[in-house]
Design a protein around this ligand. Sequence first.
Ligand code: SAM
Length: 123
Amino acid sequence: MNQLLDPPQPSLFAPIQEHPNLLMPSVEPFYETRSGAAYLGDSRDLLKAMPDASVNLVFTSPPYALHFKKAYGNVSKSDYVDWFLTFAREVHRVLTDDGSFVLNIGGSWNPGEPRARCTTSSS
Ligand SMILES: C[S@@+](CC[C@H](N)C(=O)[O-])C[C@H]1O[C@@H](n2cnc3c(N)ncnc32)[C@H](O)[C@@H]1O
């Protein structure tokens, strides 16, 4: 490798300056390595333990607004937005100004909507 042309690349496993578990010193990680930590719990409680503007990415696949019930519990479609806002407000608070929110919410729809508008013209 030509050091002049190819600057050193950051390693995925390079030592990090500040361990992520410093973000929530009052919460015990479920699992941790020298690169990160995993927490087990209600994510609303965990988010509340995190400081403002402290993370660059929130990546989640929460329960979807489905018309049927899943074993892990999911609110009805009509309650979904209000329910999801309890997470979204915390996500917004912990993200840095240039942070990203990646949300996977699956596919769901209301039968018959949006109503198709059919126009005909006779010429
Ligand atoms: C659509 S599933 C996503 C599954 C995940 N992508 C996977 O492969 O295991 C939604 C998950 O969110 C979890 N969940 C629901 N409410 C939660 C909450 N308040 N905090 C943390 N997880 C929650 C459910 O238990 C379920 O496992």
